[in-house]
Design a protein around this ligand. Structure first.
Ligand code: SF4
Ligand code: SF4
Length: 200
């Protein structure tokens, strides 16, 4: 918000490193001038870290879920929430909304943080691609279905001997498939093609 206000007052708009080139392109259109590249002098500002929820203190208000840009938090209303390590990018956006301050930061090495950030970017890119690739209608109608899928997978993730990353990916693919089928009216063959084309 502070940077948005600074841009509105005439500050250069090429300094949002987390927003990257996409954000710069949008800002170029809004502001009406054209910077070619993000000025990396101003970032990155996020440390190598992820977050973890102190589960016994969580009151299940879901505020952190709404804040997370990469769907890395799972949990139902009034129930304990958890962070999925494999896709948390450590952006800290969930910390401030938590009313009981039960989300803590854990430091990581360069190697440990690279994979979750890449996976999260991949998931985010897929969701963005779907949103813009055809007419977007009432996505809210399908959020309940997506929540049910998440809760089902969440139950699986609680089992100690399970491959969390594999289950998480299957959850993401289920959600994307559901959106493609119900909202964008893709046929089954097209959905498989889309998932293959946009997968690692
Ligand atoms: S730190 Fe960012 S990516 Fe991780 S759970 Fe919180 S909002 Fe999501
Ligand atoms: S915002 Fe905090 S209390 Fe609310 S669900 Fe998330 S971790 Fe739990």
């Amino acid at each position: 918000m502070e940077y948005a206000e600074a841009i509105a007052s005439g500050e250069a708009h090429d300094r949002c490193v987390p927003g990257g080139q996409k954000t710069l392109n949008k800002l170029n259109k809004i502001v009406g001038s054209s910077y070619k590249k993000v000025d990396m002098e101003y970032g990155p500002t996020i440390n190598n870290q992820k977050v973890s929820i102190v589960e016994e203190e969580c009151i299940g208000c879901k505020k952190c879920i709404s804040a997370c840009p990469v769907d890395a938090i799972v949990g139902g209303m009034n129930m304990m929430h958890s962070v999925i390590d494999d896709i948390c990018t450590g952006c800290e956006l969930c910390i401030e909304p938590c009313p009981v301050d039960c989300i803590e930061i854990i430091e990581l090495s360069d190697k440990e943080i690279l994979k979750p950030r890449n996976d999260s970017q991949h998931f985010f890119d897929n969701k963005e691609f779907i949103k813009t690739s055809s007419k977007r209608t009432k996505i809210k109608n399908y959020s309940t279905k997506n929540l049910n899928i998440s809760e089902k997978i969440n139950l699986q993730l609680k089992k100690r001997d399970i491959n969390k990353l594999k289950n998480l990916k299957s959850m993401q693919i289920s959600i994307i498939k559901s959106d493609l089928e119900k909202i964008h009216k893709y046929e089954n063959d097209d959905i498989d093609g889309f998932i293959d084309k946009n997968s690692d």
